[in-house]
Design a protein around this ligand. Structure first.
Ligand code: SAM
Length: 229
């Protein structure tokens, strides 16, 4: 709904590796709010220092968001302006953000989310796989429900995007072979925007053989082609 109300909460995307990847508008907003909510105040401190942003910081993460939410919403209702940032990328994308966005919407508070970095978009584009329709799966369930979920995804026709940790990459690629077939096309992007950025495209077998003999480090996005119609 269109509104002329003052913005209460800004959800601000921050770089996923390269400190240069922040918008002018994001910096302006971070410099203008009364309070910055940060997933990890030490991590965000590096970014804020780099851009000479000096504002009160409060931590807002998976372990305290339920507890402090009501108080934050009350303060926003009274007119405080806040910005939420996470350790990297867009808050709410496999990061805290959803709960406070929902609470603001329910309270009739205006939120803004200026576009900015997130890891899955560059990984999708670099995969060369269809980007007209895709699903973002985030992190797969670790144990309970993992196999059922993979079985469901085996018939998915849209491009699928997953976040994964480096030490689970090989195991997950082996499972993808099992559920999607060894010839399914995919792509693994590692360390996007950083010095050792790497994207490996090919069949699941080709990708696995690329990573087979190396110790895998860094942050990872996996993109898998949908099932052929
Ligand atoms: N909010 C972030 C976003 O918008 O993309 C995601 C945060 S989630 C906790 C962290 C995961 O995102 C990593 O484990 C990895 O899968 C992915 N990721 C974040 N930065 C990345 C990068 N520079 N290169 C590749 N993957 C990255």
């Amino acid at each position: 709904m269109h509104s002329t109300k003052k913005t209460a909460l800004y959800i601000i995307a921050t770089p996923i590796g390269n400190l240069g990847d922040i918008t002018f508008r994001a910096i302006e907003i971070l410099n203008s709010v009364d309070l910055i909510l940060a997933e990890d105040t030490r991590t965000s401190g590096v970014l804020l220092k780099h851009y000479n942003i000096s504002k009160p910081l409060q931590s807002f993460h998976n372990f305290n968001e339920h507890k402090i939410l009501a108080d934050l919403v009350e303060r926003l209702k009274k007119g405080e302006q806040m910005a939420l940032i996470s350790d990297a990328g867009t808050p709410g994308i496999s990061d805290p953000g959803f709960l406070i966005a929902r609470a603001c919407v329910h309270a009739g508070l205006k939120i803004e989310c200026p576009p900015g970095p997130t890891a899955f978009i560059p990984a999708l584009i670099k995969s060369g796989l269809p980007s007209d329709r895709f699903i973002f799966e985030g992190f797969l369930p670790l144990k309970k429900g993992r196999q059922t979920h993979l079985r469901k995804l085996a018939t998915e026709e849209r491009t699928m995007i997953f976040y994964e940790s480096p030490h689970r990459l090989k195991k997950t690629l082996h499972q993808f072979q099992e559920y999607f077939g060894a010839d399914r096309q995919g792509s693994v992007s590692r360390e996007l925007t950083k010095m050792f950025e790497e994207t490996v495209n090919g069949t699941l077998t080709e990708i696995l053989s690329h990573f087979q003999s190396t110790e895998i480090k860094g942050e990872i996005v996996i993109v898998i082609a949908g099932k052929e119609r």
